[in-house]
Design a protein around this ligand. Structure first.
Ligand SMILES: Nc1ncnc2c1ncn2[C@@H]1O[C@H](COP(=O)(O)OP(=O)(O)OP(=O)(O)O)[C@@H](O)[C@H]1O
Ligand SMILES: [Mg+2]
Length: 361
């Protein structure tokens, strides 16, 4: 960090950042914070945070937790108001600054991804009827498709090599439609999500092994697991699908040689998701699937969790929207960070209070 002054860093942070003193007064605000509050740092300095955020702001709750436990605390999906302004949806990070007389740093991160998830939640019933339709269509396509491939197979018997190439084409394309139908049908799967305690490392291991035997056989894997992780809560089969989609995307982005996928787990006790109605759920389980591929183009990164967004010739663009659907059914959060050489998908999940891991998991 030598040569970089605190002031330069402080002004460069593109998100509103505040420093809160032990008496809950504002001890600092960066330029983004001044802009966020339409208030100068000079005006804010020394005033109680409550004055701006309101007496019952969740932000102060996050600050108090960080202070009490002396750990960084993050809460997703918090409505943050400022004086009389219309509240906006933010992720709130509160970080204890031990070297600075027990002050707390607050960072507000306007919601991109999670806001999207929220939108997908409000559109859930629409999505349900679409997926019901998809399931029905998939079912109806399958029968004639089987007929087409069967007929091509029969025709093949009495043909010359040149014509056999054509029947091969028919069968190949029918197979392709078949696998597309499979994926659409999976997306439309309306089975309720199981809620059992399961070992996330077993699921990750299983996914990694099947990936290495198939679509990721050109890639090196590195695992960095936190062995003390408590059991996760949810549906292990659906989670397997999540990690399979993430690893498949990573493998598809990686070159034939030199590709590396990293699978990391960690316990982050200070992460919460606010729910409508003021409740919040703890999401301490972190799984990161990373790769050293070329990254996701800036123009795409905001939309990759939407259905049918794909840069691949044969891609359906359903992989990541399935991932985000499953994670949101689990009450979790998925985020993506990407730059050339380093792409990471971060999955945050609730844990089970049961120590006992179910046999199925
Ligand atoms: N690890 C990654 N590195 C680079 N680009 C990625 C990565 N993961 C996703 N993407 C981009 O996001 C797009 C959407 O991914 P998604 O899994 O939803 O669909 P897809 O992989 O294109 O199709 P499908 O999953 O149906 O095969 C991809 O086409 C790709 O451009
Ligand atoms: Mg994919």
């Amino acid at each position: 960090m030598s040569g970089v002054s605190f002031d330069a860093l402080w002004s460069a942070i593109p998100y509103p950042a505040f420093i809160v003193a032990p008496d809950d007064s504002i001890a600092g605000a960066n330029p983004s914070a001044e802009e966020f509050g339409s208030t100068s740092e000079k005006q804010m300095h020394g005033k109680p945070v409550d004055y701006y955020l309101g007496a019952n702001s969740v932000v102060m709750e996050v600050v108090r937790q960080a202070r009490k436990n002396d750990i960084p605390v993050t809460q997703y999906n918090v409505m943050v108001g400022w004086l009389g302004n219309v509240p906006t949806l933010q992720n709130v990070h509160a970080v204890p600054m031990r070297e600075a007389c027990d002050k707390i740093l607050i960072l507000l991160h306007p919601q991109g991804r999670a806001a999207k998830m929220d939108r997908s939640l409000t559109h859930r019933s629409a999505a349900r009827s679409v997926s019901g339709m998809a399931a029905m269509l998939a079912h109806e396509i399958r029968n004639p498709l089987a007929g087409i491939s069967g007929a091509a197979q029969l025709l093949e018997m009495g043909l010359t090599d040149a014509d056999r190439e054509l029947t091969g084409l028919i069968r190949g394309e029918a197979e392709r439609i078949g696998s597309l139908v499979d994926r659409v049908e999976k997306f439309g799967d309306l089975r309720p999500t199981q809620r059992i305690a399961f070992n996330i490392h077993d699921v990750l291991d299983r996914t990694r092994r099947s990936a290495q035997a198939g679509f990721a056989n050109h890639v090196r894997f590195r695992e960095d697991f936190d062995p003390s992780l408590p059991p996760a809560l949810g549906d292990p089969d659906q989670m397997l699908q999540v990690f399979q989609n993430l690893m498949k995307n990573a493998a598809e982005a990686l070159p034939p040689t030199g590709g590396l996928i990293t699978v990391t787990t960690a316990f982050r006790p200070g992460v919460k998701l606010s729910r409508p109605g003021g409740r919040s759920e703890s999401l301490p389980l972190l799984v990161v699937i990373g790769d050293n591929g070329p990254g996701i183009p800036d123009s795409m990164v905001a939309d990759i969790f939407d259905p049918f967004v794909s840069s691949k010739v044969n891609g359906t663009g359903l992989g990541l929207s399935l991932v985000s659907k499953i994670i949101s059914d689990h009450g979790g959060v998925v985020e993506c960070e990407s730059r050339p050489g380093r792409t990471r998908f971060l999955v945050r999940l609730p844990i089970s209070r049961d120590e006992q891991v179910s046999e199925e998991g």
